[in-house]
Design a protein around this ligand. Structure first.
Ligand SMILES: Cc1cc2nc3c(=O)[nH]c(=O)nc-3n(C[C@H](O)[C@H](O)[C@H](O)COP(=O)(O)OP(=O)(O)OC[C@H]3O[C@@H](n4cnc5c(N)ncnc54)[C@H](O)[C@@H]3O)c2cc1C
Length: 388
């Protein structure tokens, strides 16, 4: 991006992504939501398209796309099917700690399989009693010679049951603070003692399974530990730092899809002898929606560029992007339903689905209350620094 303009390559990529998403993902979106079924046809098309390689490094067979290109991928898929956008970024999030901190052998064993679409992954931090307060996690990993034994339960895990590997954070030293007492592991789906618990029946993102993982004396080789023992929580937060703008991109995509559908409808629907698009009350809603989408997109792309550059202030920028974009998605989808009137409230149009899907982006990868805490903490720390 040259200052605030996208490069020709990015614009061209967006056109290709839009064609792909509209032709090969959109047709299955309503069905996945209606039946709460994994959109396998969309996933297969994604794998065949080659776009699956975009967000992974070259050395593992990926295309090494930059953060903005990755955001565009998630955005364009989410514009037509938010659930499908989850299969794009959940596996990438599961790979993030492995790529950043795992041994070269572990990365070489896992990541190329994800890049080819043979494997999918999940990122497993939350527990029933450890949501926003992840430090209170209780899942335990006990070292026993050349392996660890895992016991406990994870909750709310995206892609549960579909994934072939799970990036799991567990307590290795209960006496230490969680900052130094948690480690990260790769657990493969066929590990004895590992099973999938209850799958949630959700308001939105219904094409993406979310569920519990149960660990009952699961033996994990020490070679599956990611990085150093005791560093897991830092790895978990590092992965979220670079992924939160991507949740923001998903939110921007949902909002853009809702805005496009509402604007189209406003030119077709007639009341009082005019298109409803002629009424200033409707025009103002559309203008506010479009402005929110654009502002959210800019925050997301900027945070992505900062992640790539490892720029100072990236944590704050990531939280701001996720926070603003997901709030924008909630408000834009709600207004889009309003623009359609009664029709917006029915399943004949995708708007009510988009509104339900948007809600999740305000909750996962840290609720928006938690994002506000992060932003405020960084802001206030800076003031304290300046006073010194
Ligand atoms: C669809 C979906 C998919 C998910 N996928 C994953 C996944 O793949 N992997 C994973 O690990 N997790 C996943 N999650 C879990 C998600 O990250 C948690 O739901 C989220 O972090 C909030 O935790 P909680 O649900 O326990 O809410 P709680 O932490 O119980 O929060 C309840 C309310 O209290 C507020 N609150 C809590 N603490 C504070 C505070 N200090 N100040 C102000 N307000 C506060 C929250 O903002 C919220 O409004 C997923 C969740 C959903 C809904």
């Amino acid at each position: 991006m040259s200052t605030f303009l996208l490069s020709d390559e990015h614009e061209e990529l967006r056109r290709a992504l839009r064609r792909f998403a509209e032709d090969q993902v959109a047709p299955f979106a309503a069905e996945a939501d209606e039946r709460s079924e994994y959109p396998w046809k969309s996933f297969e098309a994604y794998r065949e398209s080659g776009f699956i390689r975009l967000p992974y490094p070259l050395e593992h067979g990926g295309d090494g796309g930059d953060g903005i290109a990755y955001a565009m991928l998630v955005e364009e898929v989410a514009r037509v099917c938010a659930s499908s956008a989850l299969f794009v970024f959940i596996s990438r999030l599961a790979c993030a700690p492995i790529l950043a901190h795992g041994s070269p052998e572990l990365a070489a064993r896992i990541v190329p399989k994800v890049v080819s679409g043979e494997w999918q992954g999940s990122y497993c931090l939350s527990e029933p009693q450890a949501g926003s307060d992840v430090g209170s996690m209780a899942t335990r990993a006990l070292r026993d010679g050349d392996h660890y034994v895992l016991n406990g339960r994870k909750a709310w895990i995206s892609n549960a049951g579909v994934s072939d590997f799970y990036t799991v954070f567990a307590v290795t030293d209960p006496d230490a603070s969680r900052r130094t007492g948690v480690s990260a592991f790769v657990v493969e789906r066929d590990a004895p003692g590992f099973s999938i618990g209850k799958l949630e029946s959700k308001m939105g993102m219904r094409g993406s399974p979310t569920g519990e993982l149960l660990f009952d004396d699961v033996v994990v080789p020490a070679t599956n530990r990611i990085g150093e023992e005791g560093e897991g929580l830092g790895y978990a937060f590092g992965a979220l730092n670079s992924s939160r703008p991507i949740v923001g991109a998903q939110a921007v995509g949902i909002a853009q899809g809702a805005l496009d559908a509402a604007a189209r409808y406003s030119k077709e629907r007639r009341q009082f002898g005019s298109q409803i698009a002629d009424f200033q009350g409707v025009q103002f809603m559309l203008a506010d929606m479009a402005t929110r989408v654009e502002a959210a997109r800019l925050l997301v792309y900027r945070a992505c560029a900062m992640v790539d550059a490892e720029a100072p202030g990236v944590t704050r920028a990531s939280s701001m992007a996720k926070l603003f974009a997901s709030d924008a998605a909630m408000s834009v989808t709600t207004d889009a339903v309003q623009v359609l009137g009664g029709a917006g409230y029915t399943r004949d149009f995708p708007l009510e689905r988009m509104m339900r899907d948007a809600k999740a982006t305000q909750i996962y990868e840290g609720t928006n209350q938690i994002q506000r805490i992060v932003v405020a903490r960084h802001l206030l720390d800076e003031i304290t620094e300046q006073r010194r």
